[in-house]
Design a protein around this ligand. Structure first.
Ligand code: SF4
Length: 208
């Protein structure tokens, strides 16, 4: 059995400074998607039209995490495609990148009827998929959109106004919470704060 320390030292001596270790046993994003598309773990399976797995660059530097699909997302099977989605696109452009450069997903992959809040048992059933997505993509930064995504990942219960724009770390990855675009559509006076958060993301991507 090769001593890992000696192995890494040997690589360094050969001039290799960066290593990428592939996860040996975990699924690929495509394999995970296949599983999620047929999921019936919680009662939302019987009311959804489509599973909304998420979309974007599988090697994205930033993953945006929202709460759950809405009506339009449920119809199309894609995340953030309605008015809130257009606003999210504008936020992403503010970073100086395109929607296709990031990965966008939700805590829940199926729409709660009437866009009600996710129930704890639904979150408990679905959270593992989100964690797997983050494990596979391994982004440099996670940006949570709204209270639910932040509280789900951090396992806390705090209002978004208290944590928005305050950087934290989730399992070794920097995490920046910002407002959900749906909230911003209703609260235009908060958009300035969201622009600020995108500036922060831009600087982080530049490594500042
Ligand atoms: S919400 Fe998640 S756990 Fe529930 S059925 Fe959809 S994919 Fe499965």
């Amino acid at each position: 059995m090769l001593d890992p320390k000696r192995f890494l030292t040997a690589l360094k001596n050969m001039g290799v400074d960066e290593y990428v270790f592939a996860a040996k046993d975990g699924p690929t994003l495509a394999e995970l998607k296949k599983t999620v598309l047929s999921c019936e773990r919680c009662p939302l399976a019987s009311t959804r039209k489509n599973v909304v797995f998420g979309e974007g660059d599988p090697k994205a530097a930033i993953v945006f995490v929202g709460e759950a699909p809405g009506e339009e997302e449920d119809n199309q099977g894609r995340p953030f495609v309605g008015r809130a989605g257009k606003l999210l696109d504008q936020l992403i452009e503010r970073i100086g990148i395109k929607r296709s450069d990031v990965f966008i997903c939700n805590v829940l992959k199926c729409r709660p009827p009437g866009n009600r809040d996710p129930e704890p048992r639904e979150v408990a059933s679905c959270k593992e998929y989100l964690l797997s997505q983050l494990d596979i993509i391994r982004p440099r930064i996670i940006c949570t959109l709204g209270r639910h995504a932040y509280n789900t990942l951090l396992e806390v219960d705090v209002p978004i106004t208290r944590i928005r724009g305050k950087m934290t770390v989730f399992r070794g990855t920097p995490l920046l919470p910002t407002y959900h675009p749906s909230y911003l559509l209703r609260s235009q006076n908060k958009i300035k704060d969201a622009w600020e958060d995108m500036e922060t993301l831009k600087e982080m991507l530049r490594g500042r």
